[in-house]
Write a protein that binds this ligand. Sequence first.
Ligand SMILES: Nc1ncnc2c1ncn2[C@@H]1O[C@H](COP(=O)(O)OP(=O)(O)OP(=O)(O)O)[C@@H](O)[C@H]1O
Ligand SMILES: [Mg+2]
Length: 318
Amino acid sequence: MTIGDTQLEQIRSTCATLSKEVSRSFVGPVEVAELLLTAIVARGHVLLEGVPGVAKTTLVKAFSATLGCNFRRIQFTPDLLPSDITGTYILDMRNNTFVLREGPIFANILLGDEINRAPAKTQSALLEAMQEIQVTIEGETRRLEPPFMVLATQNPIEQEGTYPLPEAQVDRFLLKLTMSYPSEAEEKQILLTYAQTPQPVRQTLSPETILQLQQLGDRVHVDDELLEYIVGLARFTREHRRVYLGASPRASLMLMQAAKAHALIHGRAFVLPDDVKTLAQPVLAHRVLLAPEAEIEGYAAQSVVDEALASVPYQRRG
Ligand SMILES: Nc1ncnc2c1ncn2[C@@H]1O[C@H](COP(=O)(O)OP(=O)(O)OP(=O)(O)O)[C@@H](O)[C@H]1O
Ligand SMILES: [Mg+2]
């Protein structure tokens, strides 16, 4: 079944409103909010990387305010335990039974702030939940309520007492966004925005509408030549001489899903090459592992994706 034009136009306009709402408190390119929205529609999670003070937390809070979902936050610290995330069974004295005290993971939108400050065992409690949409607490498995999205922040500067996410775990994130310093004009805009208390961010979606968008996203059409284009980009990263481990077929699949979601939020029922191009960097770069020599030379995974975009042709038939 196709998606009707009226419905598509409504989606486009709601999504544009959402980006505008986010911009009430986050100053920056509109694409940032669009990427977060793309991720939730594609049922993915996002890793935000950036130095302190570039509005990672501000962005996540503004975005989640637009969703009308149950939002929780976990500040990762070195002494955080897995049960601080998932929850624990406590004895209910009234009837002498154990009841689950749910941890913050039982949320729709979970902000895992400074995820690299907790040890691996605690990080993996979160990562298991991201993969399975369920948690195991003392041997008992509990489903999480969809929509479920983790937005984790990470500081790229390796400090004492940080535990950078292992590559295999970074792979669990659909998108990795690198937040950089604002431009001069943006920085002035930040000061202007916060000279007075800014208008609060308003809710534009709801858990139900998000689930609906996720289902519609599945129905977005991808042409054969675009599938070939995606495969071509992934293969390029695998064959690159400076790459130790390139993008896997899972990465191609994620790029396709993200492109479909990106098309939908822009009011289209079909993917365009531009959807794929916009998403190539945030989907692929963090899944490309460079050879050690390349890393020493200061070469970055982003450059490999840039080269892929510059040299893999998109071939239109007919
Ligand atoms: N682009 C921006 N738009 C709006 N506010 C900004 C922006 N950049 C910085 N700020 C302001 O700077 C302050 C710090 O932002 P925030 O706490 O979100 O940063 P952070 O990246 O989460 O930092 P940390 O890594 O220390 O947690 C906030 O008051 C925020 O409003
Ligand atoms: Mg923060």
